[in-house]
Design a protein around this ligand. Structure first.
Ligand SMILES: [Zn+2]
Length: 278
């Protein structure tokens, strides 16, 4: 049975904290380095429903993609939602660790997991990390389909393969357009449009796309856009991380139990189609 510090050393090898963006807050939020770890829960969001899931499972470590605190705070009072999370975790000896932009840029990282869920072949990073001489790390991924598909069929694939959410999948572009190449970026990707245009791909699949960047992208180029729920684009990473942690556990003879969260934490809770526009 490993101690928390031993598991965290493995996390830091997979997702080195120094590779996180400057503005990010990654690493261990709470936890005793000497405490034994038997069960790990991997989730996208450090919210109360995930903490409840950890309690039910008897997990002693939660690994999340999103930080609990991105900026400084002056209180962890249990009257606030984040303080309640901290109180509950400490009361039940559950550690919380975050791998965010350091997991985005890892090889394999968040967008590799997204590409894998969509059965895409990864060609390389969309925004290569200049510090990686091999050119394998970076943000987003440029991918190819095994066989060309229509935009309609590709979007249907995304709807089918990504975990279900109220939002589902939004599409901008001609549904009959042929798709051969795709850029993917787990999470909010609309700061990457310049890189997507430079890559010359047929489709960009990401989350949180806004009116103006989408309008401009589709006016100027034949680029099609597929927008999935933020949580759904990052959840496949939980499965990838679980596989990596299982391998580490086997290699060390640890017998860790690794669980992927089943809780849908996308904040959008329902969707109503407004009828077909003319
Ligand atoms: Zn995210």
């Amino acid at each position: 049975m490993p101690r928390l510090s031993e598991v965290l050393a493995q996390f830091d090898a997979l997702w080195p904290p120094e590779r996180a963006e400057q503005w990010d807050a990654v690493g261990t939020v709470c936890g005793d380095p000497e405490a034994p770890v038997t069960r790990v829960l991997i989730a996208v969001d450090p919210v109360m429903s995930v903490v409840d899931e950890a309690l039910e499972l008897g997990a002693d470590l939660i690994l999340t993609h999103h930080p609990l605190y991105l900026r400084g705070t002056t209180t962890v009072a249990a009257g606030t939602f984040k303080g309640r999370v901290v109180h509950t975790l400490i009361k039940h000896d559950i550690a919380l660790h975050v791998a965010h932009t350091n997991a985005d840029s890892a090889d394999p990282g968040v967008s590799d997991a997204l590409a894998g869920a969509l059965d895409l072949r990864v060609v390389g990073p969309l925004v290569p990390d200049p510090t990686d001489p091999a050119g394998r790390r970076g943000l987003g991924r440029i991918c190819e389909l095994d066989r060309p598909a229509t935009l309609r069929d590709f979007a249907a694939r995304a709807a089918h393969r990504l975990p279900a959410t109220a939002q589902g999948i939004r599409v901008a572009g001609d549904p009959d357009a042929v798709v051969r190449t795709v850029a993917v970026s787990g999470g909010s990707g609309d700061s990457l449009f310049d890189h997507v245009r430079a890559a010359g791909v047929d489709v960009f699949l990401t989350a949180d796309l806004r009116h103006h960047p989408v309008s401009e992208a589709t006016q100027h180029t034949p680029l099609a856009l597929v927008d999935a729920a933020h949580w759904a684009t990052e959840w496949p990473w939980c499965e990838l991380a679980a596989t990596q942690l299982d391998e580490i556990s086997d290699r060390h003879g640890w017998d860790l139990r690794v669980h992927v969260s089943k809780t849908v934490t996308d904040p959008w809770s329902s969707h109503h189609s407004s009828g077909a526009p003319n």
